[in-house]
Ligand binder design. Structure first.
Ligand SMILES: *Cc1c(COP(=O)(O)O)cnc(C)c1O
Length: 345
């Protein structure tokens, strides 16, 4: 007999597909891929890939060969690229896979040339994270490779800064010299910047999953992840009573509280202490005191119908939850823990 998990993520498959369609349209004529690394940003990579492939997505991105393996049987004949390239010990898995490495270094390029299979390439146009430098490419580092897609990656596409234009300029300059079948530059925020940045293929992640990387996406991108916890105990505290570790909340008057079975081990991190909320019948029920590992207290005076055992939705609308917690929308998604049942509709 297996016990049902006491927490759940309600995942809205229609919203996921709707977000992908909006990003595809916003990308103009470019193909729209999907970044499904970090287990599909915490939602479950297999479920994400299955749904987006059914909607027509043909290009997926994961970070590692272990992540590639986990989606191998749901990827069908869509393209899968492994963003970190490869280490020598990945080669058996890479050679057994239909996925391609994204070559990031001159040494990876030399090794992959011996193997003679197609690959993608990342060129570093200013983020100074992964990728070959334009100078290495000019010196012949990519000669002899069969390149499907030449990628670069924005450092600041969520901001209006001159660096975006500079990265695009460098990308155009270097890509004119590289015989790749396709070019790809934009993540979610880059797509929002406008179709000039989309080239042949885009690589959205965050916005697929409900994140709003820039104002242009607001009103178009739908919430995908709904976090639900249960009321273990309903209680009343009196004026002057303190709540939770370190007694950071003292009741100013008698308060009705519900103790929920969610905490920082579930990615509901301590940044939500005193700032987060649950939502119930359109009412906001604020978190009081510290979030603990497995438990969080909310004030339920405004919802007298709440009872022990009830399921309660946590306010996890990503831009607002980011503001409440001080975490990025990315962190909010990718730290969701393993104690949830992930329930797709
Ligand atoms: C994660 C990642 C993406 C997706 O970025 P979002 O900001 O989540 O849209 C795209 N490209 C690369 C290289 C990445 O690492």
């Amino acid at each position: 007999m297996s016990v049902a998990p006491p927490l759940r993520l309600r995942l809205d498959g229609a919203a996921l597909v709707s977000n992908w369609l909006w990003l595809k349209q916003r990308g103009g004529g470019a193909a729209c891929g999907a970044a499904a690394k970090a287990d599909g940003y915490g939602l479950g990579a297999r479920e994400v890939v299955t749904r987006l492939a059914a909607a027509g997505c043909r290009d997926f991105f994961v970070a590692t060969w272990a992540e590639a393996e986990r989606v191998a049987d749901v990827i069908g004949d869509a393209s899968l690229s492994v963003l970190h390239g490869f280490f020598e010990e990945d080669l058996p898995a890479a050679l057994a896979s239909s996925a391609r490495p994204v070559i990031n270094t001159a040494a990876q390029a030399r090794r992959w040339r011996e193997i003679g299979r197609p690959c993608d390439v990342m060129v570093d146009t200013g983020i100074n994270r992964l990728g070959l430098l334009p100078a290495e490419i000019a010196a012949g580092a990519l000669d002899g490779l069969h390149i499907e897609t030449l990628h670069s990656h924005f450092a600041c596409a969520d901001e209006d800064v001159a660096m975006n234009d500079e990265q695009r300029r460098r990308f155009e300059e270097v890509s004119a010299t590289v015989p790749a079948k396709r070019r790809s530059l934009s993540n979610s925020a880059g797509i929002c910047l406008g179709p000039d940045n989309s080239y042949d293929l885009t690589r959205p992640g965050l916005a697929l999953y409900g994140g709003i990387p820039r104002a242009e996406a607001a009103g178009h991108i739908r919430q995908v992840v709904h976090v639900e916890a249960r009321v273990i105990q309903h209680k009343r505290v009196e004026a002057g009573d303190a709540v939770g570790y370190n007694a950071t909340f003292t009741a100013p008057e008698p308060c009705e509280l519900a103790i929920l079975n969610i905490g920082y081990a579930d990615g509901y991190l301590r940044g939500f202490s005193g700032t987060g909320a649950a939502v119930h019948d359109g009412r906001t029920l604020p978190v009081v005191g510290r979030v603990s590992m497995d438990l969080t207290a909310i004030r339920v005076d405004a919802a007298p119908d709440i009872a022990e055992g009830d399921w309660i939705e946590i306010d996890f609308e990503l831009p607002r939850a980011a503001e409440q917690s001080g975490l990025s929308q990315y962190e909010l998604l990718t730290t969701l823990g393993s104690r949830y049942a992930r329930v797709w509709s």
